[in-house]
Design a protein around this ligand. Structure first.
Ligand SMILES: Cc1ncc(COP(=O)(O)O)c(C=O)c1O
Length: 423
């Protein structure tokens, strides 16, 4: 990793105070190291866009220009093109969520929707509830609006709704602005919220009058197990975020938000201030790409590829990781979450791992308060199986070195052995 140069900033006293709590994304920071040719990166959750056929996208863009060039090059409506919203309605219906085009606003990726939600809902000091760990892009987007983030632990069935209930009871009715959750193939946790927990979460949302934000970028990337109904399919009050990033390509920067109409009207106001409107060109291209059936085969192929990579990572972890490590077994998506004994500091271990040619994201980036230092997120979506095997072997070696030392300390009684527990 390059050494950061300290540059005197003469404007340091002019920036808005709210920026003080915004941290740089640990994943973005790793991009430079991750692009070294010898590096095996488990850091970024990057879709395998090489499997999206260039010819199909070129044809879509070509047709977009040829048939709808005047609109594609023009400003558009802030809520997005009607045709794009109609496409989103169809895609959502396929996964059991019934909405109509007027319930949808097109955004520049789900990431923009997170920022718009922050701007719409959060005043400094407002409580926002997330899972812990949670998507670091959400923490980054929300933290610009200075919330008090309370994170609720995850287990293999998703958010611990019993602990959520305790938190809501402490806060009282309407005590939080919203509850943010990633129910399918969690980023970074890899776990999926059970149907029972989903129902309980919605009950609690009504009991305490706190809206739920459901972020679902990975829902269509299931490798095994049965589909679990979206929260939005169970409750029209849920604010749902979707994206084309994982079913098509993130380069288009196309996502969407579905919300009750009054909330949608506020989000739209805020969006106008942010960008006037999204890219018409990207929208027309997406409409054309999704107009045939080829995208379905591409998505099936992508899902198969990710499943193979997940299998390769789980097998390599089994073989090369020390017995003290615990990890999740995702049924879809991009990520495995690894938990190590509490005395292992993954942040501190990263430089050594990078020296050995392997990168990951240390766990503390996924918490608002520095927890998670003994955890790491491993993205299996991007490296090919032989590289995954080799990368996990390298990482296992780095870990083994560290743990050997700690085992000696534990044997000598210098530190306590950690209690056993599943990640
Ligand atoms: C949970 C989650 N939400 C939102 C996003 C942002 O996605 P988009 O590319 O649609 O902005 C990501 C991207 O990885 C994600 O993992």
């Amino acid at each position: 990793m390059g050494t950061a140069r300290v540059v005197f900033d003469r404007w340091a006293d002019r920036y808005a105070a709210r920026l003080a709590g915004v941290r740089s994304s640990a994943v973005r920071d790793l991009f430079a190291a991750a692009s070294r040719p010898d590096m095996i990166s488990f850091a970024g959750g990057m879709p395998e866009v090489s499997q999206v056929p260039a010819t199909a996208v070129a044809r879509a863009a070509h047709d977009a220009m040829l048939h709808e060039g005047a609109q594609a090059l023009q400003y558009g409506s802030s809520e997005g093109r009607h045709q794009t919203r109609a496409l989103i309605v169809e895609l959502m219906a396929e996964t059991g969520v019934r909405v109509c085009a007027d319930d949808v606003v097109v955004t520049a990726g789900a990431q923009q929707a997170l920022d718009l939600l922050g701007k719409t809902f959060i005043d400094p000091g407002d409580v926002v509830i997330t899972e812990g760990p949670t998507y670091l892009g959400a923490l980054q987007a929300f933290s610009a609006y200075q919330p008090d983030i309370r994170s609720i632990p995850l287990d293999s069935d998703g958010m611990r709704v019993d602990l959520l209930e305790q938190e809501l009871a402490r806060l009282g009715p309407r005590g939080a602005k919203f509850i943010y959750t990633i129910p399918n193939f969690h980023n970074p946790g890899g776990v999926t919220m059970s149907a029972e927990r989903r129902r309980r979460l919605l009950e609690l949302s009504h009991e305490y009058d706190v809206p739920v934000v459901e972020d679902d970028p990975y829902g269509r990337l299931r490798f095994e197990g049965g589909h679990v109904k979206a929260l939005r399919a169970l409750d029209d009050e849920v604010i749902y975020l979707g994206t084309f990033s994982k079913i098509f390509a993130p380069g288009l920067r196309l996502g969407w938000v579905v919300a009750p109409r009054p909330i949608l009207a506020k989000l739209l106001l805020v969006k106008q201030g942010a960008d006037l409107c999204g890219s018409n060109f990207a929208q027309v291209t997406a409409e054309r790409y999704f107009s045939g059936t080829r995208w379905r085969r591409v998505l099936q192929g992508l899902t198969r590829t990710y499943a193979e990579r997940r299998d390769a990572m789980l097998a390599a972890l089994e073989e090369h990781f020390p017995p003290e490590a615990r990890w999740t077994r995702p049924e879809g998506g991009f990520f495995v979450w690894v938990e190590l004994p509490p005395y292992v500091d993954c942040q501190n271990m990263l430089a050594e791992a990078v020296e050995h040619g392997v990168a990951f994201v240390p766990g503390d980036g996924f918490f608002p308060d520095g927890r998670g230092r003994n955890c790491m997120r491993l993205a299996f979506c991007y490296a090919e199986p032989p590289a995954i095997e080799e990368g996990i072997r390298r990482l296992g070696e780095v870990l083994e070195d560290r743990l050997e030392l700690y085992r000696a300390f534990i044997a000598a009684g210098a530190i306590d052995a950690p209690a056993a527990g599943a990640a």
